[in-house]
Write a protein that binds this ligand. Sequence first.
Ligand SMILES: Cc1cc2nc3c(=O)[nH]c(=O)nc-3n(C[C@H](O)[C@H](O)[C@H](O)COP(=O)(O)O)c2cc1C
Length: 397
Amino acid sequence: MTVTLQTTFLGVTLKNPFLLASAPPTRNREMIERAFEAGWGGAIIKTLTQVEEPAWKNVRPRIRALREGTRILGFTNMELASMRSTEEWLTDLAAIKRRYPDRGLGASLLYGGAPDEKQWRAVAGSSEDAGVDWLELNLSCPHGGAEEGGEFSIGSRPEAIRKVVGWVRESTSLPLIVKLPAFSDIQAGTKASMEAGANAVALINTLNALSGIDLDTWRPIPSVAGESAFCGLSGRAVKPVALRCVALAASMHVPVSGMGGIYDWRDAAEFLLAGASSLQVCSAVMEHGYGIINDLCRGLEEYLRIKGCSSPGELVGRALSHLVSHATLSRDFRAIARCRSAHCIRCGACFVSCRDAGYQAIGWQNGEYPVVDAEKCDGCGLCVGVCPSGCLAMETQ
Ligand SMILES: Cc1cc2nc3c(=O)[nH]c(=O)nc-3n(C[C@H](O)[C@H](O)[C@H](O)COP(=O)(O)O)c2cc1C
């Protein structure tokens, strides 16, 4: 079977479903063109906004890695939208599109505060003249303008969404993608967006967070001259939240551009199965660079081949029919833990968790293999989760 990664998203044919998200990897033309050379299917530019105000300046530092040992679990950031002017971006967008007509190009827009109707309308119209394929309305950044009634506070209020999307819809015939906040009523936001004329939603933006607190100074971090502010969390840590949001919107039969913790082809396949029909990536590129596109594409292509699918489109939403309300889940289904001793490193992690947070169903002596008491095991799955060697598995009864 011939397998292709070719994907159509809102009428645009992409060589693969992978887009750079509106974020640091799409700060300027040079970066986007380098990413296209590396093989990305498209890009959404770092959010375009009004940069004239004197207060429009980024703080330093503004990005922090959330680590567990050497592994980065996510990033927290309090970066504002692009510092580049609308004129600079419009010139660059037209140039990028001329040079790479086969890639998807989206302009991300935000005119918040008290939403600025004139700006929304004007820039929507001129982005269309620049030749972009999509407009992404960033109604979901949790910091910066969000505190003054912009971004997040627009996207979490269906009436405000309707108003902004309505203005933009009247000003352009381009496909509109509305980027909604994860901490909001996803289905209400999706409904408001689509009824006001949007063509798709994008989920998720970063999650509202407090990055941490310095234990010496007792001040929140990152420290900007001794003070800090709430920020946005992205990366591996947000993936389950992102999958939920994508599934909620996709189950309304709405096209979804999914993002939030896509690092490898497995993550990509999960987002497709949850209902995303294009995939955006930010944190993984911040950590590993544009080159990850090779592994993303190779891995996804091979997975499609193994699964007998000819394109990513065949995966879109395929998990959704098995996502039901908790109340309808079977109470008769039984599974219990089993230990395959050949792989066991006899660390005792399963024993401790089961003893102190489970059902005291695992017997273990230092240096010995654990023994699961099938009578006592309630099948909760905790021991399988904490086992570092993968020797524990759930077995259906
Ligand atoms: C440092 C940083 C800056 C970001 N800036 C923007 C932005 O300007 N506009 C926007 O819509 N999203 C912005 N995002 C959010 C990303 O586009 C994306 O929604 C989020 O990071 C989740 O994807 P990820 O887990 O792949 O990073 C930013 C994210 C980070 C980490």
